[in-house]
Design a binder for this molecule. Structure first.
Ligand SMILES: [Fe+2]
Ligand SMILES: [Fe+2]
Length: 133
């Protein structure tokens, strides 16, 4: 999976932040195939914990600002992912190859389901609102 234009919404801050996540996903996937993922594991889980709070709050602030019609569903997905990551960290406090594999799957699912679908819709909506103003 390449961080190509299909992930872009055209909203600069959103694309920048999504790229941070996609780049980290690519990096840990690559490291896993080189067997060099051990040191990247705590960084990745730590980054994700910080990232989801910050990134989701920003998207939610824009949803509120523009009265986004799918706010409820979108926010529910954010909350579910935060919960999922918390449970993951609780289950995998230490590095293991299995934990990394599990994390890679969860990150990929998020990128493909949420960034590629829900965030695309939100991004298009924000762009429309900003250009109309
Ligand atoms: Fe989102
Ligand atoms: Fe997002």
């Amino acid at each position: 999976m390449k961080p190509d234009t299909k992930y872009e919404t055209g909203v600069i801050w959103q694309d920048y932040q999504h790229k941070q996540l996609i780049d980290l996903f690519e990096k840990i996937k690559q490291a896993r195939s080189d067997d060099s993922e051990k040191s990247l594991f705590p960084y990745t889980t730590g980054f994700l914990a910080m990232y989801v709070n910050h990134h989701f709050s920003l998207e939610e602030a824009y949803m509120a600002k523009y009265n986004y019609p799918d706010t409820e569903e979108h926010t529910r997905k954010h909350k579910a992912f935060i919960k999922e990551l918390k449970a993951f960290r609780k289950e995998h406090r230490e590095y293991s190859a299995k934990a990394v594999d599990d994390l890679i799957v969860r990150m990929e699912d998020w990128i493909l389901s949420h960034i590629l679908e829900n965030d695309q819709k939100l991004g298009k909506f924000i762009l429309r609102k900003e250009h109309a103003g």
